[in-house]
Unconditional design. Structure first.
Length: 326
């Protein structure tokens, strides 16, 4: 039976999100199936610069070394986001918001320190994560970034990253990327960046999907729409939850046969779409390695187990695996 990376080797990279534990514990499974990794949390600002001018690179250094030692690429995640930022980033010594100039300096210093450290070693960066508002008239979500700097915080983030590593592929990354309303906002945001000459090279589709949503039609429409921008597309955080978003039931202690069957159906159709658009989609990353661990065990319901991947809790292929590696 072919491994994931073997089966898709002529189509796109196949990646997995890793953490400080799985990079060691799941080394064999990682090197068997994947040729790309992403740090699930360890390269986010709260982990990379927890205190002003105090960078903690140890785990990230270990991950990039693991990737290079095993012929893998590494996707940097993420430089500018409204979540998982260290508290100090937006405030002065009195706890007040810093000025636009000061926050731009802190943004530049963070991006320059992190991106230049891994210059030429990190294949792609999620420069800005989840800046678009899900619903309503507003294009961009409220955040300390937009409150203090303004809407051009996004332009600056990409410019600083490009200055630090001109060869890195720079991505805008978001979830609910296939919902028509948000799709159009993401499209307009990225088109605006391109029109202003901002160095952006790709759109990251997080692909946090489930057994019921989004529709194949909406996914295909999103892939086609983003492809019109002429940029690379990365599926960056794929998982297929067995629960519909908003379903907070806690009575399911293991996936039912029906769930596994529907999940296999969905995964097959998803990867058929990725294959159909492989000239645009150059990387597909699962937001974990196997059902042994997923962030969905705690989101949106803390402590509620989920089984979103194609490898089970023992790292063995599930029905979905056999429908995509066919
Ligand atoms: O942040 C969200 C809020 C609501 C829905 C989905 C998301 C997805 N957000 C992702 C999920 C997990 C984190 O580890 C990733 O860094 C983030 O990009």
């Amino acid at each position: 039976m072919k491994t994931l990376k073997e089966h898709f080797k002529d189509k796109f990279l196949v990646g997995a999100a890793v953490n400080a534990y799985t990079i060691d514990h799941d080394k064999e499974l990682l090197t068997k199936h994947f040729n790309s990794i992403t740090a699930e949390n360890e390269m986010k600002p709260e982990h990379m610069q927890p205190e002003p001018n105090k960078f903690t690179f140890e785990v990230a250094d270990k991950m990039i070394q693991f990737a290079e030692d095993n012929g893998m690429q590494l996707r940097g995640h993420t430089l500018v986001w409204h979540n998982q930022m260290p508290d100090w980033f937006f405030t002065d010594e009195n706890g007040n918001d810093v000025s636009r100039e000061e926050l731009l300096k802190r943004m530049k210093d963070h991006i320059t320190a992190v991106v230049s450290r891994y210059k030429g070693r990190i294949h792609a960066w999620d420069v800005v994560n989840e800046a678009v508002e899900d619903r309503g008239e507003e294009m961009l979500r409220k955040s300390k970034w937009i409150d203090i700097i303004g809407e051009d915080f996004i332009d600056y983030a990409f410019k600083f990253a490009h200055e630090a590593d001109p060869d890195a592929l720079l991505f805008y990354n978001d979830y609910n990327e296939s919902h028509p309303e948000k799709r159009e906002k993401i499209y307009q945001l990225v088109k605006g960046l391109l029109d202003r000459g901002v160095p952006i090279h790709g759109v990251g589709l997080q692909a946090h999907w489930n057994l019921y949503d989004p529709s194949y039609e909406n996914i295909e429409a999103a892939i086609k729409r983003y492809s019109e921008l002429g940029l690379q597309l990365h599926v960056t955080e794929m998982d297929v939850s067995v629960f519909e978003f908003g379903d907070e039931r806690t009575d399911v202690k293991e996936p039912t046969k029906e769930m596994l069957h529907l999940q296999a159906e969905r995964y097959e159709r998803f990867f058929d779409l990725f294959t159909k658009y492989q000239e645009h989609i150059t990387s597909v990353t699962f937001w974990g390695i196997s059902d042994a661990y997923t962030w969905l065990n705690d989101f949106p319901v803390r402590g509620r187990k989920n089984w979103p991947f194609v490898l089970d809790e023992k790292g063995e292929p599930k029905p979905a695996y056999h429908r995509i590696v066919k």
